[in-house]
Design a protein around this ligand. Structure first.
Ligand SMILES: *[C@@H]1O[C@H](CO)[C@@H](O)[C@H](O)[C@H]1NC(C)=O
Ligand SMILES: *[C@@H]1O[C@H](CO)[C@@H](O)[C@H](O)[C@H]1NC(C)=O
Ligand SMILES: [Zn+2]
Length: 462
């Protein structure tokens, strides 16, 4: 009996030791998780909503984080008051093309009264959901990059390639004073970037979404002119009739594109979307408000001589732009029907091709090692990646793709409803923490990839 007893007590002592150890470990883990979430909350509480983002506060925060991580930092104002915060983790082999982790610091405005929790309070509810404007788009990603680097540094990892992080302003208003200026700068050129990671979208299922291209906005205004006439007269070629013929034709095209999505033949980002966003026609009533006159705002017995309509069109880079423009000129706004058209009256028409004349698309086949490396890295961290998609709207990634660089849109948020720009935007803290592990894996894989493809070499020579 005696030896057995001794054995048992030794065993239980060991058990107790293990128990204590795991408790400490668990405690440390929860402690560090709490700190990670608290840093995320700090960032979310900075009000960087357009049109008056507080960039001085976000810059201060990011630079202070960089300091605690021992990263080099530089704040560049290509446009005054619009800081690009650039952080650098130097690699052991600095002549290899670098990795750029991009995120924007601004967020869209929020209608405070429509939120369950105030949008800049970063309230954490009982289910672990963090409510804040920017929790999905995209302060999560910006800070996950930093937390991942913290984790990698703590583990003693040293990158071969240099890793840059850019925190850019104004993405939500087009990125012209932010990512666009940055991508065109000498500074960017000197960074010798080989791959860019930028934002994606949340995924309601278990697969993370990955984006290799995005649709280009074409804002179109068509204008019809025609002889004016009495409201009672039936005659051909009035401005209204001419405009309506165009609208009918555009609507048929829209329906055909939408049908392909409904039938599951194409994804949302793979079709041309066309939505009418304004109609402008009619002759304002000069007697408006004069007693004894009908107050409808418009002269009712007159067919006007001009009519206009505006459309938000989104064109996938896989579409032949010449084909679409021909259609526009021949069917949607034909001069034979006295129609004129303007593309991009407010914003320039975003070109479908990059500056080398190729579709602005990042390859997802084996011509692009960065794509398969990302897939692999996500898998290694227990994540799943869905079929690569075309982003339905615009992101800053287009400015990097325009330079012929590969750029991948990726925000690791699975099992999460898509709430960007919506009320009650939130992200679950467990999902956020998991995303950090995913980025640790990606950054580690990317930064230790030393295979130097011919493609990269030729780009580096540009
Ligand atoms: C931005 O944040 C800083 C730091 O909290 C504050 O001092 C400043 O007043 C804010 N600026 C605006 C315009 O709200
Ligand atoms: C175009 O405008 C001209 C000049 O106003 C007019 O004679 C012609 O009938 C119009 N054609 C159509 C198709 O509207
Ligand atoms: Zn965004």
């Amino acid at each position: 009996m005696e030896p057995i007893l001794r054995k048992t007590s030794r065993a239980s002592l060991l058990q107790l030791l293990f128990f204590l150890l795991s408790i400490t470990q668990l405690f440390n883990l929860t402690k560090s998780s709490t700190e990670i979430i608290s840093r995320f909350q700090q960032y979310l509480r900075i009000n960087t909503a357009q049109p008056y983002p507080n960039y001085s506060q976000s810059t201060q925060f990011i630079v202070s984080q960089a300091k605690t991580l021992g990263l080099e930092s530089e704040t560049i104002e290509f446009v005054k008051g619009k800081p690009v915060v650039l952080l650098k983790w130097p690699g052991k082999t600095p002549n290899l093309p670098s990795i750029l982790l991009n995120s924007h610091t601004d967020v869209v405005p929020a209608e405070h009264h429509k939120w369950v929790h105030p949008p800049f309070q970063a309230h954490l509810d009982q289910d672990g959901n963090l409510f804040a404007r920017g929790s999905q788009d995209m302060k999560c990603v910006g800070l996950q990059y930093l937390e991942a680097i913290r984790g990698l540094k703590e583990s003693g990892f040293k990158p071969d390639r240099t890793v840059y992080l850019s925190f850019v302003p104004d993405e939500e208003i087009g990125g012209h004073d932010g990512a666009e200026r940055f991508a065109e700068s000498d500074k960017f050129q000197s960074m010798n970037v080989g791959i860019v990671l930028d934002e994606g979208l949340a995924s309601p299922d278990e697969n993370y979404r990955v984006f290799y291209a995005e649709r280009c906005p074409w804002w179109l205004v068509i204008k019809a002119t025609g002889a004016p006439g009495h409201g009672s007269k039936l005659y051909d070629n009035s401005a209204m009739e001419n405009l309506l013929k165009s609208i009918e034709s555009i609507r048929r095209f829209r329906a055909a594109q939408f049908d392909m999505v409904k039938a599951g033949l194409k994804a949302e980002g793979e079709v041309v979307s066309v939505n009418m966003v304004f109609l402008k026609a009619g002759t304002p009533s000069p007697t408006e408000g004069v007693e004894g006159h009908l107050s409808l705002g418009f002269v009712m017995n007159l067919q006007p001589s001009e009519a206009e309509a505006g459309f938000d069109i989104r064109v996938p880079p896989t579409t032949d732009p010449e084909y679409l423009e021909k259609r526009l000129a021949e069917e949607w706004a034909p001069s034979s029907r006295n129609m004129t058209f303007q593309l991009g009256q407010f914003k320039h028409k975003v070109p479908v091709h990059d500056k080398f004349g190729k579709p602005a698309v990042t390859a997802t086949d084996n011509s692009n090692p960065w794509y398969s490396l990302l897939e692999e890295a996500v898998k290694k961290a227990d994540g799943k990646v869905g079929k690569p998609e075309i982003f339905p709207a615009s992101t800053d990634a287009r400015y990097f793709r325009h330079r012929g660089l590969p750029a991948i849109g990726f925000s690791p948020m699975a099992n999460t409803p898509i709430l960007l720009h919506d009320h009650n935007e939130f992200l679950n803290q467990a999902e956020y923490l998991k995303g950090i592990k995913i980025y640790e894996s990606i950054i580690k894989t990317y930064a230790s990839f030393i295979g130097y493809s011919r493609d990269e070499e030729s780009r580096a020579e540009l």
